[in-house]
Design a protein around this ligand. Structure first.
Ligand code: PLP
Length: 430
């Protein structure tokens, strides 16, 4: 990467006080990450005064683009009237009504702050509702950094801790199986039928690179879970309000029992939501016996941001979603042409809506195992070469590139050129 003295100085200072110099491990890359100074639209400006075209976009949070005017205006106006009340507001009702209007399964809504909070409590709700203990997740699916989901596949039904500090007793309650394999899911559920409370899944895997569902897979999943009284939780923290106004459930026409949201809902402000069937949601305290609480939940600043986001999306969804998908398609088609021109056959690109990822792999990537077989060290070189050319994609092969409403044709053209030069450089070095 391009050595940048200001970022290097800041990183050396950060390391002394922030473990690893960062507040979230994905932000670190060798030799040190660049530091951000500001961001607007599709551009992120570094502490070294470089302007990068951003495809990390807050790991998917900035669907409308950085510093999006109507969201900032709503937040500024709200801040004049207070930033935290900890008593209910009409704003919360308004936001919940907008979410319910957009999301097919959202009979009721509980607002939270982050994706992790949403998924953690969705699992608790499912356990309380079914009076069963175990949960199923997919290999490569990410649902936040909390104990029951920070789990990797073990032998047999019991998962293993994916982090030190996660108890084996906790991870043993999580069964890890393969995405895009309905028969395997059916076998797993049948074997553990009396114990499984829920299946929690990203409808589209976006945390192992990007992996899209095979045709009919999600409807098979819906059928299997329904037949076995397993609560289906769609973790739409990435796909929510991004794939469509009603997220993946609208996009694919599948109605889960619970759906969780964050990221694009606040376009850069911390706000999330648990939504679902009325009889499940009504278990939440204070009317029910499932305890979930947060000081900052429903805070008027984040809620105002989310109301502005959903208002913009409702107003212009018929133009926004096709436009963002077109921008993404332009990049993906451009990359495919460049790869063909240089005779590179060992690459696969997965894309859907406004998301894409390139794998250095000759095979189709359709689950965690095939994703992990791709050449992540060549991907790392791609990341570095792109960064030299002012294009910022997430540093890891096992993340997703996000296109926003702010990305335009010029961004797409320059991005394809940057990839093209990067491909040639990498191929020349092989
Ligand atoms: N679920 C999914 C699908 C995610 O991608 C993430 C974060 O990347 C989370 C949950 C956790 O969200 P947060 O980081 O807001 O806690």
């Amino acid at each position: 990467m391009v050595a940048s003295s200001r970022s290097e100085q800041l990183f050396n200072r950060a390391k002394r006080i922030l473990p690893g110099g960062v507040d979230s491990p994905v932000r670190y890359f060798e030799p040190y990450p660049f530091f951000a100074a500001s961001a607007r639209g599709s551009k992120l400006v570094t502490a070294d005064h470089r302007t990068l075209t951003d495809y990390c976009m807050g790991y998917g949070a900035m669907f409308l683009g950085h510093s999006y005017g109507p969201v900032l205006d709503a937040v500024k106006a709200q801040m004049e009237n207070g930033t935290l009340y900890c008593v209910p507001t009409e704003l919360e009702i308004k936001l919940a009504e907008l979410i319910a209007k957009a999301v097919p399964c959202a009979d009721m809504v509980r607002l939270v702050n982050t994706g992790s909070e949403a998924t953690m409590n969705a699992i608790r709700l499912a356990r309380a509702f079914t009076k069963k203990k175990k949960i199923i997740k997919f290999d490569g699916g990410y649902h936040g950094a909390h104990d029951y989901v920070l789990v990797k596949a073990g032998s047999g039904a019991a998962g293993l801790p994916a982090s030190e500090g996660v108890l084996e007793e906790a991870s043993a309650q999580t069964i890890v199986t393969q995405y895009n394999d309905a028969a395997e899911l059916e076998r797993t559920i049948e074997k553990n039928r009396d114990d499984v409370a829920c299946l929690i899944m990203e409808p589209v895997l976006a945390n192992i690179g990007l992996v899209v569902p095979d045709k009919n897979y999600l409807s098979d999943v819906r059928k299997i879970t329904q037949q076995n009284d397993v609560v289906l939780i769609f973790d739409e923290v990435v796909t929510g309000f991004r794939l469509a106004m009603g997220g993946a459930s609208e996009f694919f026409g599948i109605r889960p029992d619970i759906a969780t949201f964050a990221k694009a809902l606040g376009n850069g402000f911390p706000v999330g939501a648990i939504t679902g069937r009325r009889e499940i949601m009504q278990q939440l305290a204070p009317i029910g016996r499932v305890y979930q609480a947060s000081t900052f939940a429903g805070n008027p600043v984040s809620v105002s941001a989310a109301i502005a986001v959903l208002s913009v999306l409702f107003e212009a969804k018929d133009s926004i979603y096709p436009q963002v998908a077109r921008s993404c398609d332009c990049i993906v088609e451009g990359l495919k042409e460049e790869l063909e021109d240089i005779g590179e056959v060992n690459c696969t690109i997965n894309s859907i809506g406004s998301m894409y990822q390139l794998f250095f792999s000759p095979e189709k990537v359709r689950d965690e195992q095939s994703a992990k077989r791709s050449d992540s060290s060549t991907f790392r070189r791609l990341f570095e070469e792109l960064l030299k050319r002012n294009v910022f994609i997430p540093p890891s092969q096992f993340e997703t590139c996000f296109v926003s409403y702010a990305h335009d044709e010029d961004d797409a053209d320059k991005t394809v050129d940057a990839y093209s030069e990067a491909f040639k450089k990498i191929k020349g070095q092989k």
